[in-house]
Design a protein around this ligand. Sequence first.
Ligand code: SF4
Length: 213
Amino acid sequence: MFQTELEKSVLAKTDAVEYPLMEHFYTIQGEGAHTGLPSYFIRTAGCDVQCWWCDVKDSWDESKHPRMKTGEIADLALKSGAPFAVITGGEPLLHDLGPLSFSLRKRGLKVHIETSGSSPLSGHLDWITLSPKRFKKPLDENFPYVDELKVVVLTNKDLQWAEENAAKCPAGTRLLLQPEWDTPKSIPLIVDYVKKNPKWGISLQTHKFINVP
Ligand code: SF4
C-alpha cells in the first residue's frame, strides 16, 4: 500500500514535468531494427548538433515550440495502442528524460530513443539507437548502452566514421548503414560495403515509401 501510494505520488510529479515538443504522433517506425512496427513518436525540440543536411531544422530552436506535460503525452501514447514510444528530436538528450520515460513505462509502453549521443544519457530506456554525427561526436560514456548503431552514409568518409563508432559499441549491437533519402546515389556504395562487411546491414527510410510521417 505504501509503495502504491509512493508510486502514485512519484507518477503525479513526473506527469507534471513539461517538455518542449515539436510534434508527437502515432505512426509506423520506418527505420532500423524495429522497421514496420507501430510506434508513438515524440519529437522533442532543441538541437545543438546542427547537421547541414538535417531534415527537421525546425526542431533546433526549442523556444519556438510549445511545452507539454509528460502525463498528457503519455496518456495519448497509451490511448494510441502503440506498444512502444520513440523519443527523437531534435536532440532528445538535451533534456532529462527521466520523467518522460518513467511516465511512459508506468503506462506499459516500452521506451526507445534515437540520439546523436552527444549529451549524457538519461531516463529508463529500453532501446537506444545511436545515430552519430561528426558535427558533435557521441560521448564515449554512452557507447556501452547502445543497442543499435545507425549511420547515414553519403560517401566513403562516412563508412570510415561508421567503423570508428562501431568499434566503440558493445558486442551484439545492431549495425546499420542508411542512405540519405535525397541522395540515393550512395546506395550502390552501401550495398557493396555491406556485402563485403556482413556485420553491417542496411536501414532504409521505409516510412517515406509508404508515405507516413
Ligand atoms: Fe537534425 Fe538530428 Fe542532426 Fe540535430 S542531430 S541537426 S535533429 S539530424
